[in-house]
Design a binder for this molecule. Structure first.
Ligand code: MSP
Length: 512
Protein backbone atom coordinates (compact mmCIF):
# COMPACT_ATOMS: atom_id res chain seq x y z
CA UNK A 1 0.00 0.00 0.00
CA UNK A 2 1.13 3.54 -0.67
CA UNK A 3 1.33 6.40 1.82
CA UNK A 4 1.94 9.99 0.72
CA UNK A 5 2.88 12.42 3.52
CA UNK A 6 3.81 16.11 3.34
CA UNK A 7 5.17 18.95 5.47
CA UNK A 8 4.36 22.55 4.62
CA UNK A 9 6.94 24.10 2.32
CA UNK A 10 8.74 26.65 4.46
CA UNK A 11 9.26 30.31 3.60
CA UNK A 12 12.90 31.01 2.89
CA UNK A 13 12.95 34.41 4.61
CA UNK A 14 13.57 32.49 7.84
CA UNK A 15 15.94 29.71 8.79
CA UNK A 16 14.74 26.43 10.25
CA UNK A 17 14.04 26.57 13.98
CA UNK A 18 12.40 24.23 16.45
CA UNK A 19 8.89 25.13 15.16
CA UNK A 20 9.69 24.03 11.60
CA UNK A 21 11.67 21.12 13.00
CA UNK A 22 8.66 19.91 14.98
CA UNK A 23 6.52 19.50 11.84
CA UNK A 24 9.33 17.99 9.81
CA UNK A 25 10.49 15.52 12.47
CA UNK A 26 6.88 14.53 13.22
CA UNK A 27 6.33 13.83 9.51
CA UNK A 28 9.56 11.86 9.41
CA UNK A 29 8.57 9.80 12.44
CA UNK A 30 5.23 8.95 10.80
CA UNK A 31 6.92 8.23 7.44
CA UNK A 32 9.41 5.87 9.09
CA UNK A 33 6.61 4.22 11.08
CA UNK A 34 4.63 3.60 7.89
CA UNK A 35 7.71 2.17 6.15
CA UNK A 36 8.19 -0.22 9.05
CA UNK A 37 4.58 -1.23 8.53
CA UNK A 38 5.39 -2.15 4.96
CA UNK A 39 3.88 0.90 3.25
CA UNK A 40 5.44 2.32 0.10
CA UNK A 41 6.00 5.84 1.44
CA UNK A 42 6.45 9.10 -0.47
CA UNK A 43 7.51 11.87 1.90
CA UNK A 44 7.65 15.40 0.52
CA UNK A 45 9.08 18.56 2.03
CA UNK A 46 10.53 21.71 0.50
CA UNK A 47 10.67 25.50 0.38
CA UNK A 48 8.21 28.23 -0.56
CA UNK A 49 10.19 30.81 -2.50
CA UNK A 50 7.90 33.30 -4.26
CA UNK A 51 5.90 36.34 -3.16
CA UNK A 52 6.30 39.83 -1.76
CA UNK A 53 7.79 38.69 1.54
CA UNK A 54 10.68 36.77 -0.06
CA UNK A 55 11.24 39.56 -2.59
CA UNK A 56 11.59 42.08 0.24
CA UNK A 57 13.87 39.77 2.25
CA UNK A 58 16.21 39.31 -0.72
CA UNK A 59 16.34 43.07 -1.34
CA UNK A 60 17.21 43.65 2.30
CA UNK A 61 20.22 41.38 1.79
CA UNK A 62 21.10 43.09 -1.55
CA UNK A 63 20.75 39.79 -3.39
CA UNK A 64 18.70 38.74 -6.39
CA UNK A 65 15.65 36.80 -5.22
CA UNK A 66 16.90 33.65 -6.96
CA UNK A 67 20.33 33.77 -5.34
CA UNK A 68 18.75 34.50 -1.97
CA UNK A 69 16.35 31.54 -2.38
CA UNK A 70 19.16 29.21 -3.48
CA UNK A 71 21.14 29.99 -0.34
CA UNK A 72 18.23 29.85 2.07
CA UNK A 73 16.71 26.71 0.60
CA UNK A 74 20.10 24.99 0.93
CA UNK A 75 20.04 25.86 4.64
CA UNK A 76 16.74 24.06 5.10
CA UNK A 77 18.20 21.02 3.34
CA UNK A 78 21.22 21.12 5.66
CA UNK A 79 18.98 21.32 8.70
CA UNK A 80 16.97 18.29 7.59
CA UNK A 81 20.14 16.35 6.86
CA UNK A 82 21.39 17.14 10.34
CA UNK A 83 18.12 15.89 11.85
CA UNK A 84 18.21 12.69 9.77
CA UNK A 85 15.02 13.47 7.86
CA UNK A 86 14.27 10.71 5.36
CA UNK A 87 12.32 12.72 2.76
CA UNK A 88 11.75 11.23 -0.68
CA UNK A 89 11.86 14.56 -2.49
CA UNK A 90 12.52 18.21 -1.69
CA UNK A 91 10.48 20.62 -3.79
CA UNK A 92 11.41 24.24 -4.44
CA UNK A 93 8.74 26.46 -5.94
CA UNK A 94 11.31 28.17 -8.17
CA UNK A 95 12.05 24.92 -9.99
CA UNK A 96 11.00 24.55 -13.62
CA UNK A 97 8.92 21.44 -12.90
CA UNK A 98 6.80 23.54 -10.55
CA UNK A 99 6.34 26.43 -12.95
CA UNK A 100 4.93 24.03 -15.54
CA UNK A 101 2.63 22.48 -13.00
CA UNK A 102 1.26 25.81 -11.75
CA UNK A 103 0.66 27.05 -15.30
CA UNK A 104 -1.26 23.90 -16.11
CA UNK A 105 -3.44 24.10 -12.99
CA UNK A 106 -4.32 27.75 -13.58
CA UNK A 107 -5.08 27.12 -17.24
CA UNK A 108 -7.40 24.19 -16.42
CA UNK A 109 -9.27 26.19 -13.78
CA UNK A 110 -9.62 29.07 -16.22
CA UNK A 111 -10.81 26.79 -19.05
CA UNK A 112 -13.45 25.44 -16.67
CA UNK A 113 -14.77 28.96 -16.11
CA UNK A 114 -13.64 29.05 -12.47
CA UNK A 115 -11.43 32.13 -12.90
CA UNK A 116 -12.70 35.64 -13.57
CA UNK A 117 -11.40 39.21 -13.40
CA UNK A 118 -12.49 41.64 -10.68
CA UNK A 119 -11.44 44.92 -9.12
CA UNK A 120 -10.65 44.42 -5.47
CA UNK A 121 -9.69 46.40 -2.41
CA UNK A 122 -8.72 44.85 0.91
CA UNK A 123 -6.22 44.71 3.75
CA UNK A 124 -3.11 42.65 3.02
CA UNK A 125 -0.61 41.23 5.56
CA UNK A 126 2.69 40.56 3.83
CA UNK A 127 3.89 38.39 6.74
CA UNK A 128 0.97 36.01 6.20
CA UNK A 129 0.79 36.70 2.47
CA UNK A 130 -2.98 36.99 2.70
CA UNK A 131 -5.92 39.41 2.70
CA UNK A 132 -7.85 40.00 5.92
CA UNK A 133 -11.29 41.39 6.64
CA UNK A 134 -11.34 44.00 9.44
CA UNK A 135 -13.19 41.51 11.69
CA UNK A 136 -10.24 39.06 11.50
CA UNK A 137 -7.82 41.58 13.04
CA UNK A 138 -7.25 42.39 16.71
CA UNK A 139 -8.58 45.49 18.50
CA UNK A 140 -5.65 47.57 17.21
CA UNK A 141 -6.30 46.49 13.63
CA UNK A 142 -3.22 44.22 13.64
CA UNK A 143 -2.80 40.67 12.31
CA UNK A 144 -2.81 38.23 15.27
CA UNK A 145 0.29 36.38 14.14
CA UNK A 146 2.62 39.20 13.13
CA UNK A 147 1.21 42.07 15.22
CA UNK A 148 1.57 44.40 12.23
CA UNK A 149 -1.09 46.51 10.51
CA UNK A 150 -2.04 45.10 7.10
CA UNK A 151 -1.91 47.63 4.25
CA UNK A 152 -4.85 48.56 2.05
CA UNK A 153 -4.33 47.16 -1.45
CA UNK A 154 -6.46 47.87 -4.46
CA UNK A 155 -5.94 45.84 -7.63
CA UNK A 156 -7.70 44.32 -10.59
CA UNK A 157 -7.01 40.62 -10.12
CA UNK A 158 -8.07 37.24 -11.39
CA UNK A 159 -10.43 35.59 -8.93
CA UNK A 160 -11.26 31.95 -8.22
CA UNK A 161 -14.88 30.94 -7.63
CA UNK A 162 -14.21 29.58 -4.15
CA UNK A 163 -17.78 30.35 -3.07
CA UNK A 164 -19.19 27.70 -5.38
CA UNK A 165 -17.39 24.95 -3.41
CA UNK A 166 -18.76 25.78 0.03
CA UNK A 167 -21.28 22.95 0.33
CA UNK A 168 -19.08 20.36 -1.34
CA UNK A 169 -16.22 21.11 1.07
CA UNK A 170 -18.50 21.11 4.12
CA UNK A 171 -19.89 17.74 3.09
CA UNK A 172 -16.39 16.26 2.70
CA UNK A 173 -15.17 17.57 6.04
CA UNK A 174 -18.25 16.67 8.08
CA UNK A 175 -19.37 13.35 6.65
CA UNK A 176 -17.04 10.43 7.50
CA UNK A 177 -19.00 8.21 5.12
CA UNK A 178 -18.28 10.43 2.14
CA UNK A 179 -15.97 8.60 -0.25
CA UNK A 180 -13.76 11.68 -0.30
CA UNK A 181 -13.91 12.32 3.46
CA UNK A 182 -11.23 14.79 4.54
CA UNK A 183 -10.34 14.07 8.15
CA UNK A 184 -9.01 16.95 10.24
CA UNK A 185 -7.23 16.30 13.53
CA UNK A 186 -7.63 17.42 16.26
CA UNK A 187 -11.40 17.67 16.66
CA UNK A 188 -11.24 21.22 18.04
CA UNK A 189 -9.52 22.53 14.89
CA UNK A 190 -11.92 20.63 12.68
CA UNK A 191 -14.84 22.31 14.44
CA UNK A 192 -13.28 25.74 13.95
CA UNK A 193 -12.99 25.13 10.22
CA UNK A 194 -16.57 23.86 10.01
CA UNK A 195 -17.85 26.87 11.94
CA UNK A 196 -16.01 29.28 9.66
CA UNK A 197 -17.14 27.44 6.53
CA UNK A 198 -20.76 27.67 7.60
CA UNK A 199 -20.48 31.45 7.65
CA UNK A 200 -19.98 31.33 3.90
CA UNK A 201 -17.10 31.50 1.45
CA UNK A 202 -16.07 34.45 -0.64
CA UNK A 203 -14.33 34.19 -3.98
CA UNK A 204 -10.61 34.70 -3.61
CA UNK A 205 -8.00 36.56 -5.59
CA UNK A 206 -5.62 34.14 -7.31
CA UNK A 207 -3.23 36.69 -8.83
CA UNK A 208 -1.19 39.78 -8.01
CA UNK A 209 -0.34 42.65 -10.30
CA UNK A 210 2.15 44.33 -7.99
CA UNK A 211 4.20 41.25 -7.13
CA UNK A 212 6.84 40.49 -9.72
CA UNK A 213 8.57 37.65 -7.90
CA UNK A 214 6.18 34.89 -8.82
CA UNK A 215 4.92 32.68 -11.63
CA UNK A 216 3.23 34.71 -14.41
CA UNK A 217 -0.34 33.75 -15.25
CA UNK A 218 -0.35 31.74 -18.48
CA UNK A 219 -3.03 33.99 -20.00
CA UNK A 220 -1.92 37.38 -18.60
CA UNK A 221 1.82 37.71 -18.08
CA UNK A 222 1.44 41.05 -16.28
CA UNK A 223 0.10 39.26 -13.24
CA UNK A 224 1.70 36.58 -11.09
CA UNK A 225 -0.01 33.68 -9.36
CA UNK A 226 -0.91 34.37 -5.73
CA UNK A 227 1.89 32.83 -3.65
CA UNK A 228 -0.43 30.62 -1.61
CA UNK A 229 -1.92 29.02 -4.72
CA UNK A 230 1.57 28.55 -6.13
CA UNK A 231 2.60 26.99 -2.80
CA UNK A 232 -0.31 24.56 -2.44
CA UNK A 233 0.31 23.16 -5.92
CA UNK A 234 3.73 21.95 -4.67
CA UNK A 235 1.98 18.85 -3.32
CA UNK A 236 1.06 17.94 -6.88
CA UNK A 237 4.36 18.91 -8.53
CA UNK A 238 6.46 17.11 -5.93
CA UNK A 239 4.91 13.75 -6.68
CA UNK A 240 5.11 14.14 -10.46
CA UNK A 241 1.94 15.95 -11.63
CA UNK A 242 3.54 17.00 -14.93
CA UNK A 243 6.92 15.33 -15.13
CA UNK A 244 6.08 11.83 -13.95
CA UNK A 245 2.53 10.76 -14.66
CA UNK A 246 3.04 7.20 -13.42
CA UNK A 247 4.43 8.35 -10.12
CA UNK A 248 1.58 10.82 -9.73
CA UNK A 249 -1.01 8.10 -10.39
CA UNK A 250 0.72 5.79 -7.93
CA UNK A 251 0.87 8.18 -4.98
CA UNK A 252 -2.00 10.65 -5.42
CA UNK A 253 -3.90 11.70 -3.29
CA UNK A 254 -2.00 12.93 -0.23
CA UNK A 255 -2.66 10.64 2.74
CA UNK A 256 -1.41 13.01 5.44
CA UNK A 257 -0.59 16.72 5.53
CA UNK A 258 1.15 17.96 8.67
CA UNK A 259 1.25 21.63 9.69
CA UNK A 260 0.52 24.02 12.53
CA UNK A 261 -2.91 25.57 12.94
CA UNK A 262 -1.77 28.86 11.32
CA UNK A 263 -2.16 27.47 7.82
CA UNK A 264 -4.97 24.97 8.32
CA UNK A 265 -7.55 27.06 6.43
CA UNK A 266 -5.51 26.98 3.22
CA UNK A 267 -5.17 23.22 3.39
CA UNK A 268 -8.68 22.35 4.48
CA UNK A 269 -10.62 24.77 2.28
CA UNK A 270 -8.61 26.36 -0.52
CA UNK A 271 -6.59 23.33 -1.58
CA UNK A 272 -9.64 21.01 -1.62
CA UNK A 273 -11.49 23.59 -3.76
CA UNK A 274 -8.60 23.70 -6.24
CA UNK A 275 -8.53 19.91 -6.41
CA UNK A 276 -12.29 19.72 -6.93
CA UNK A 277 -11.97 22.33 -9.64
CA UNK A 278 -9.37 20.15 -11.34
CA UNK A 279 -11.42 16.98 -10.84
CA UNK A 280 -8.70 15.36 -8.71
CA UNK A 281 -9.25 13.32 -5.52
CA UNK A 282 -8.90 15.24 -2.25
CA UNK A 283 -6.24 14.69 0.39
CA UNK A 284 -7.31 12.23 3.08
CA UNK A 285 -6.10 13.60 6.39
CA UNK A 286 -4.74 16.77 7.94
CA UNK A 287 -2.89 16.77 11.24
CA UNK A 288 -2.77 20.28 12.64
CA UNK A 289 -0.54 20.84 15.64
CA UNK A 290 -0.33 23.84 17.93
CA UNK A 291 1.86 26.90 17.82
CA UNK A 292 4.92 27.11 20.06
CA UNK A 293 6.51 29.99 21.88
CA UNK A 294 9.99 30.03 23.37
CA UNK A 295 10.21 31.14 27.01
CA UNK A 296 6.79 32.72 26.58
CA UNK A 297 7.58 34.79 23.45
CA UNK A 298 7.00 34.39 19.73
CA UNK A 299 9.89 32.64 17.99
CA UNK A 300 11.66 34.88 15.56
CA UNK A 301 15.16 35.05 14.22
CA UNK A 302 15.15 38.85 14.32
CA UNK A 303 14.25 38.79 18.03
CA UNK A 304 17.07 36.28 18.55
CA UNK A 305 14.43 34.05 20.08
CA UNK A 306 14.84 30.69 18.37
CA UNK A 307 16.28 27.27 19.05
CA UNK A 308 18.04 25.97 15.96
CA UNK A 309 18.44 22.33 14.92
CA UNK A 310 22.22 22.73 15.31
CA UNK A 311 21.87 23.91 18.92
CA UNK A 312 19.55 21.00 19.70
CA UNK A 313 21.88 18.46 18.16
CA UNK A 314 24.95 19.96 19.86
CA UNK A 315 23.30 19.67 23.25
CA UNK A 316 21.44 16.35 23.03
CA UNK A 317 22.70 14.47 19.97
CA UNK A 318 20.59 13.87 16.85
CA UNK A 319 18.28 11.11 18.03
CA UNK A 320 17.53 12.67 21.39
CA UNK A 321 16.92 16.03 19.69
CA UNK A 322 14.37 14.37 17.40
CA UNK A 323 12.66 12.60 20.28
CA UNK A 324 12.49 15.68 22.51
CA UNK A 325 11.25 18.02 19.79
CA UNK A 326 8.23 15.93 18.92
CA UNK A 327 7.30 14.72 22.37
CA UNK A 328 7.69 17.78 24.58
CA UNK A 329 4.34 19.39 23.69
CA UNK A 330 1.12 17.37 23.37
CA UNK A 331 0.05 17.13 19.74
CA UNK A 332 -2.59 19.72 18.87
CA UNK A 333 -1.95 22.05 21.82
CA UNK A 334 -0.07 25.31 21.82
CA UNK A 335 2.90 25.19 24.12
CA UNK A 336 5.87 26.96 25.54
CA UNK A 337 9.28 25.47 24.94
CA UNK A 338 12.36 26.11 27.06
CA UNK A 339 15.82 24.62 27.35
CA UNK A 340 14.95 23.68 30.95
CA UNK A 341 11.88 21.73 29.77
CA UNK A 342 13.86 19.92 27.08
CA UNK A 343 16.67 18.98 29.46
CA UNK A 344 14.26 17.80 32.12
CA UNK A 345 12.57 15.48 29.64
CA UNK A 346 15.94 14.31 28.31
CA UNK A 347 17.09 13.33 31.81
CA UNK A 348 13.80 11.70 32.80
CA UNK A 349 12.94 9.77 29.65
CA UNK A 350 16.31 9.08 28.10
CA UNK A 351 19.10 9.21 30.70
CA UNK A 352 17.19 7.81 33.69
CA UNK A 353 14.71 5.47 32.02
CA UNK A 354 15.83 4.13 28.62
CA UNK A 355 19.59 4.61 29.03
CA UNK A 356 19.55 3.16 32.51
CA UNK A 357 17.58 0.11 31.39
CA UNK A 358 20.07 -0.83 28.70
CA UNK A 359 23.14 -0.08 30.78
CA UNK A 360 22.11 -2.02 33.90
CA UNK A 361 21.36 -5.17 31.86
CA UNK A 362 24.66 -5.02 30.01
CA UNK A 363 26.62 -4.32 33.18
CA UNK A 364 25.36 -7.50 34.87
CA UNK A 365 25.88 -9.52 31.69
CA UNK A 366 29.44 -8.26 31.52
CA UNK A 367 30.20 -8.85 35.15
CA UNK A 368 28.69 -12.32 35.40
CA UNK A 369 28.90 -13.84 31.94
CA UNK A 370 31.61 -11.92 30.13
CA UNK A 371 28.95 -10.61 27.71
CA UNK A 372 27.79 -14.12 26.64
CA UNK A 373 24.61 -15.10 28.46
CA UNK A 374 24.59 -18.91 28.48
CA UNK A 375 21.70 -20.99 27.20
CA UNK A 376 19.24 -21.83 29.98
CA UNK A 377 15.48 -21.55 30.07
CA UNK A 378 14.27 -19.21 27.31
CA UNK A 379 11.62 -17.15 28.97
CA UNK A 380 9.66 -14.94 26.57
CA UNK A 381 6.98 -13.91 29.06
CA UNK A 382 8.32 -10.38 29.61
CA UNK A 383 8.81 -9.85 25.88
CA UNK A 384 5.24 -10.97 25.18
CA UNK A 385 3.86 -8.59 27.80
CA UNK A 386 5.98 -5.73 26.46
CA UNK A 387 4.76 -6.48 22.96
CA UNK A 388 1.11 -6.69 24.02
CA UNK A 389 1.18 -3.36 25.87
CA UNK A 390 2.80 -1.55 22.98
CA UNK A 391 0.57 -3.14 20.40
CA UNK A 392 -2.56 -1.98 22.16
CA UNK A 393 -1.67 1.69 22.61
CA UNK A 394 1.33 2.77 20.59
CA UNK A 395 -0.08 1.79 17.21
CA UNK A 396 -3.34 3.70 17.69
CA UNK A 397 -1.50 6.76 18.96
CA UNK A 398 0.92 6.76 16.04
CA UNK A 399 -1.93 6.42 13.56
CA UNK A 400 -3.62 9.44 15.13
CA UNK A 401 -0.45 11.52 15.01
CA UNK A 402 -0.33 11.54 18.83
CA UNK A 403 3.43 11.19 18.93
CA UNK A 404 3.80 12.43 22.49
CA UNK A 405 1.35 9.72 23.63
CA UNK A 406 3.14 7.05 21.62
CA UNK A 407 6.35 8.16 23.35
CA UNK A 408 4.57 7.93 26.72
CA UNK A 409 3.59 4.36 25.84
CA UNK A 410 7.23 3.59 25.21
CA UNK A 411 8.25 5.20 28.47
CA UNK A 412 5.64 3.20 30.41
CA UNK A 413 6.88 -0.02 28.95
CA UNK A 414 10.51 0.90 29.71
CA UNK A 415 9.46 1.63 33.29
CA UNK A 416 7.62 -1.70 33.34
CA UNK A 417 10.79 -3.61 32.38
CA UNK A 418 12.88 -1.57 34.83
CA UNK A 419 10.40 -2.54 37.57
CA UNK A 420 10.64 -6.19 36.61
CA UNK A 421 14.39 -5.92 37.10
CA UNK A 422 13.82 -4.39 40.56
CA UNK A 423 11.48 -7.27 41.42
CA UNK A 424 13.88 -9.98 40.17
CA UNK A 425 16.81 -8.26 41.91
CA UNK A 426 19.39 -9.95 39.65
CA UNK A 427 22.24 -8.58 41.78
CA UNK A 428 21.08 -10.93 44.56
CA UNK A 429 20.93 -13.90 42.19
CA UNK A 430 24.66 -13.57 41.51
CA UNK A 431 25.30 -15.30 44.78
CA UNK A 432 22.42 -17.77 44.74
CA UNK A 433 21.29 -18.89 41.30
CA UNK A 434 23.34 -18.23 38.17
CA UNK A 435 20.91 -20.17 35.99
CA UNK A 436 18.02 -18.00 37.04
CA UNK A 437 20.19 -14.94 36.54
CA UNK A 438 20.97 -16.01 32.94
CA UNK A 439 17.26 -16.62 32.30
CA UNK A 440 16.37 -13.19 33.66
CA UNK A 441 18.94 -11.39 31.53
CA UNK A 442 17.83 -13.33 28.47
CA UNK A 443 14.25 -12.20 29.08
CA UNK A 444 15.27 -8.55 29.57
CA UNK A 445 17.22 -8.59 26.32
CA UNK A 446 14.18 -9.74 24.34
CA UNK A 447 12.02 -7.00 25.88
CA UNK A 448 14.65 -4.37 25.09
CA UNK A 449 14.79 -5.60 21.47
CA UNK A 450 11.06 -5.03 21.14
CA UNK A 451 11.32 -1.56 22.66
CA UNK A 452 14.19 -0.79 20.25
CA UNK A 453 12.05 -1.74 17.24
CA UNK A 454 9.29 0.63 18.35
CA UNK A 455 11.93 3.32 18.86
CA UNK A 456 13.14 3.20 15.24
CA UNK A 457 10.89 6.02 13.92
CA UNK A 458 11.97 8.40 16.70
CA UNK A 459 15.60 7.35 17.01
CA UNK A 460 16.77 5.70 13.80
CA UNK A 461 20.43 5.51 14.86
CA UNK A 462 20.26 4.78 18.59
CA UNK A 463 17.64 2.07 18.09
CA UNK A 464 20.13 0.26 15.82
CA UNK A 465 22.88 0.77 18.35
CA UNK A 466 20.72 -0.88 21.02
CA UNK A 467 20.08 -3.77 18.59
CA UNK A 468 23.87 -4.27 18.34
CA UNK A 469 24.41 -3.92 22.07
CA UNK A 470 21.90 -6.69 22.82
CA UNK A 471 23.41 -8.96 20.16
CA UNK A 472 20.11 -9.19 18.28
CA UNK A 473 20.12 -11.15 15.03
CA UNK A 474 19.56 -9.94 11.49
CA UNK A 475 19.05 -6.59 9.77
CA UNK A 476 17.00 -4.62 12.26
CA UNK A 477 14.68 -2.97 9.73
CA UNK A 478 13.88 -6.28 8.07
CA UNK A 479 13.29 -8.06 11.37
CA UNK A 480 11.11 -5.16 12.54
CA UNK A 481 9.03 -5.14 9.34
CA UNK A 482 8.32 -8.84 9.79
CA UNK A 483 7.54 -8.37 13.47
CA UNK A 484 5.13 -5.47 12.81
CA UNK A 485 3.41 -7.51 10.11
CA UNK A 486 2.64 -10.59 12.17
CA UNK A 487 3.65 -9.58 15.77
CA UNK A 488 5.25 -12.97 16.31
CA UNK A 489 8.30 -13.16 18.54
CA UNK A 490 10.73 -15.76 17.15
CA UNK A 491 10.96 -18.93 19.24
CA UNK A 492 14.53 -18.19 20.33
CA UNK A 493 13.89 -14.50 20.79
CA UNK A 494 15.64 -11.71 18.91
CA UNK A 495 18.91 -11.91 20.85
CA UNK A 496 19.80 -15.60 21.04
CA UNK A 497 21.45 -17.18 24.09
CA UNK A 498 25.19 -16.90 23.96
CA UNK A 499 25.00 -13.96 21.57
CA UNK A 500 27.90 -11.55 21.77
CA UNK A 501 26.65 -8.51 23.71
CA UNK A 502 28.46 -5.23 23.40
CA UNK A 503 29.59 -2.65 25.88
CA UNK A 504 29.23 0.96 24.89
CA UNK A 505 29.78 4.40 26.32
CA UNK A 506 26.79 5.93 28.11
CA UNK A 507 23.88 6.11 25.61
CA UNK A 508 22.40 9.27 27.12
CA UNK A 509 24.80 11.03 29.51
CA UNK A 510 22.90 13.02 32.14
CA UNK A 511 22.82 16.75 31.43
CA UNK A 512 22.86 19.29 34.27
N1 MSP B 1 5.01 28.77 3.14
C1 MSP B 1 3.88 28.58 3.97
C2 MSP B 1 3.37 27.16 3.86
C3 MSP B 1 2.96 26.74 2.49
S1 MSP B 1 2.47 25.07 2.45
C4 MSP B 1 1.75 24.87 1.00
C5 MSP B 1 4.28 28.84 5.40
N2 MSP B 1 5.58 28.74 5.69
S2 MSP B 1 6.23 28.93 7.14
O1 MSP B 1 7.66 28.91 6.92
O2 MSP B 1 5.70 30.07 7.78
O3 MSP B 1 5.90 27.63 7.90
C6 MSP B 1 4.73 27.51 8.66
C7 MSP B 1 4.78 26.16 9.32
O4 MSP B 1 6.04 25.98 10.02
C8 MSP B 1 3.73 25.97 10.39
O5 MSP B 1 2.48 25.58 9.85
C9 MSP B 1 4.38 24.88 11.22
O6 MSP B 1 4.28 23.67 10.54
C10 MSP B 1 5.84 25.32 11.26
N3 MSP B 1 6.11 26.31 12.31
C11 MSP B 1 6.88 27.43 12.16
N4 MSP B 1 6.91 28.09 13.35
C12 MSP B 1 6.20 27.42 14.28
C13 MSP B 1 5.97 27.58 15.65
N5 MSP B 1 6.43 28.61 16.33
N6 MSP B 1 5.24 26.62 16.27
C14 MSP B 1 4.80 25.51 15.62
N7 MSP B 1 5.02 25.32 14.34
C15 MSP B 1 5.59 26.31 13.60
O7 MSP B 1 3.41 29.08 6.21
Amino acid sequence: MKFYITTPIYYVNDVAHIGHSYTTIASDVIARWKRLNNYDVFFLTGTDEHGAKIDAASKAKCKTPQKFCDEMSAKFKEAWKLLDISYTDFIRTTEHRHLVSVEKVIQILSDKGLIFKKKYESLYCVGCERFYAQKDLDENGCCHLHQTKPTLQSEENYFFKLSSFQNAILERITNPNHEEYLEIQPEERRNEIIGKLKLGLEDISFSRIAVEWGIPLPFDKRQTVYVWVDALINYMTGVGYIENENRFKKYWPVDAHLMAKDILWFHSVIFPAILMGLGLPLSRKIYSHGFFTLNGSKMSKSLGNVISPQELVDKYGVDAARYLTVTLIPFGSDGDISWEGLTLKYNEDLANNLGNLVSRIIKIAEKCFDLHVPYVEQNLELAKNTSAILKENFIVNMDNGQLHKAAQDLQSVITFVNRQIETDAPWKLIKTDMNKLAACIYSYLQAVDIIAMYLIPFMPTISKKIWQITGARGDMDEVAKKYFLDSIIPENGFSPSNAQLQVFGILFPRIC
